[in-house]
Design a protein around this ligand. Structure first.
Ligand code: BES
Ligand code: ZN
Ligand code: ZN
Length: 503
């Protein structure tokens, strides 16, 4: 779908469907909705009176205009209560509207810049949010459905504006929204792809191809190079699989003379997590094809960052491997030496995410990274704690934690901080090695995971995002569709933008 901005008035725009809006409880439509209401002889007012249109969030009402105006349909979307209106509400509503319009075979959609009027939103933000909502909401992963004959799709979405002075801002917003949404959908594709296709090598290949297209530096390390660097933790996890591991590195050089401001994004890249010798139950194991969602979000964020070009150096690192139980697999009870030289004891081979991240963080620190953010589907316990409403966030630097939470608020992605009280460290104390890879019980499992990873941040400001509960979903809602969500690509991109230009 192409998204663009077109100059015109509500009454003159020629399209299959024009999207206008209503806040909850408004009885007399104003602005663009009021104009449409007049052109259609008061039908919107009448539907409000009859109770069919209420303005409730995500409500969509499709009205055929029967030649009373050039647009052949008008869709009135409910924005919910005005006092609760946010960019994320708009993103959700547009996602819902776009899917409904696609389902009735609409090809050309026009939309006003919702929120930019009485909603009080900047034009750039409104346009970015509309582009994001539509492109994310229309995402589908159906490439393996060979029997599907009639794939419906919207060809064009135009944001209509009559005021010349706003066109430039709207275009900027559309451009950024498109970049961010396409990068999120790229991450979603990686997450949804089955593990027989998306091996560590294939993940690296796709990252490389993308890097060439958008202008990122790309490098990948193979098993031999990992051995040379002493990445014993990553190699232990990789030992049980015949599919070779890859250590993927992407670089955006946005401020070469300012290495003190470097930001590293490290994403867990387990292309399939069987649990290894500490094998997982069969039920639901297929979802573990998506255990590289953290890595996918890092690759997606790098794709957007390369195009937005913030003035900051960002390094994306994805340690990629399967976690299998082949004949040479690592065992519970093993002791492993990491790149940093620290040793740890394996309590569970299913606590593999923190292991690959240990070597990734050590690599980042060794390569002059000054801030570290890791993203991982690390613990089932994160969903016990927070459900799927927020990802768990922890770290050793409150200011960086606050930066990430803030970027998330702006992006419509929620994070909730868990404590890192030093008593929790007891969970990872080992009798025979420096530390161990899992606590003894189930209590505070998410924090234990964070504590383990912290040991490899080398005192550099570091933040850990446990996205286990948010990486995928079974429910369609707003701009979120079934399957992988691409969480938290939007946050990572905004974080890089917000941290740019710091001396
Ligand atoms: N990949 C899993 C965590 C996970 C679970 C992600 C469910 C998404 C949905 C991770 O590698 C794992 O197995 N974690 C263990 C940790 C434990 C062994 C300390 C867990 O959560 O049980
Ligand atoms: Zn695991
Ligand atoms: Zn895992």
């Amino acid at each position: 779908m192409k998204v663009n901005v077109s100059k015109g008035t509500i009454g003159s725009i020629d399209t299959d469907a024009l999207v206008v809006n209503l806040f909850e409880g408004v009885k007399k439509p104003a602005g663009a909705t009021g104009t449409v209401d007049r052109l259609l002889d008061g039908v919107i007012s009448q539907l409000i009176q009859e109770g069919e249109i209420t303005g409730k969030k995500n409500e969509t009402t499709l009205i055929h205009t029967l030649n009373k105006m050039p647009a052949s349909r008008v869709m009135v979307v409910g924005l919910g209560a005005k006092s609760k209106f946010t960019t994320d509400v708009l993103r959700q509503v547009i996602g819902t509207a776009a899917r409904r319009l696609r389902s009735v075979n609409v090809k050309r959609v026009a939309s006003i810049a919702h929120g930019a009027g009485i909603g009080g939103m900047e034009s750039t933000i409104s346009a970015q949010t509309i582009a994001e909502g539509a492109l994310l909401g229309l995402y589908k992963f159906d490439k393996y459905k060979t029997l599907l004959k009639n794939r419906l799709s919207i060809d064009e979405l135009a944001i209509v504006e009559q005021d010349d002075s706003k066109i430039k801002q709207l275009k900027e917003g559309v451009n950024k929204g498109q970049i961010v949404a396409e990068a999120t959908n790229f991450a979603r594709d990686l997450g949804n792809e089955p593990a027989n296709i998306l091996t560590p090598t294939e993940l690296a290949n796709r990252a490389e191809r993308m890097a060439k297209e958008v202008g990122l530096e790309y490098e990948s390390l193979d098993r031999k190079q990992m051995e040379k660097l002493g990445m014993g933790a990553l190699l232990a996890v990789a030992a049980g699989s015949n599919r070779p591991p890859k250590f993927i590195i992407l670089k955006h050089i946005g401020d070469p003379k300012n290495e003190g401001n470097n930001l590293a994004l490290c994403g867990k890249g387990i292309t399939f997590d069987s649990g290894g010798i500490s094998i997982k139950p069969a039920e639901g194991m297929g979802a573990m094809k998506g255990d590289m969602a953290g890595g996918a979000s890092v690759i997606g964020a790098m794709m957007a960052i390369a195009q937005i070009k913030p003035k900051i150096n960002v390094m994306g690192i994805v340690p990629a491997t399967e976690n299998m139980s082949g004949g040479s697999a690592f065992h519970p009870g093993d002791v492993v030496r990491t790149m940093l030289g620290k040793t740890f004891e394996i309590i569970s081979t299913d606590a593999e995410g923190r292991m690959v991240l240990a070597d990734a963080l050590a690599y980042a620190v060794e390569h002059k990274q000054k801030r570290l953010v890791d993203v991982a589907t690390l613990t089932g316990a994160a969903s016990v704690a927070l459900g799927n409403l927020a990802a768990a966030i922890m770290g050793n630097d409150q200011s960086l934690i606050d930066q990430v939470i803030g970027a998330g608020e702006n992006a419509g992605e929620r994070f909730w901080q868990l404590p890192m009280w030093e008593e929790y460290r007891e969970q990872i104390v080992s009798d025979i090695a420096d530390i161990k890879n899992s606590g003894s019980g189930r209590a505070a499992g998410t924090i234990a995971g964070g504590y383990f990873i912290q040991e490899f941040a080398g005192g550099v400001p570091w933040v850990h995002l446990d996205i286990a509960a948010l990486a995928r979903t079974d429910h369609e809602k707003g701009y979120i569709v079934k399957g992988h969500t691409g969480f938290p690509v939007r946050t990572l991109v905004r974080l890089a933008e917000n941290l740019a230009n710091v001396k």
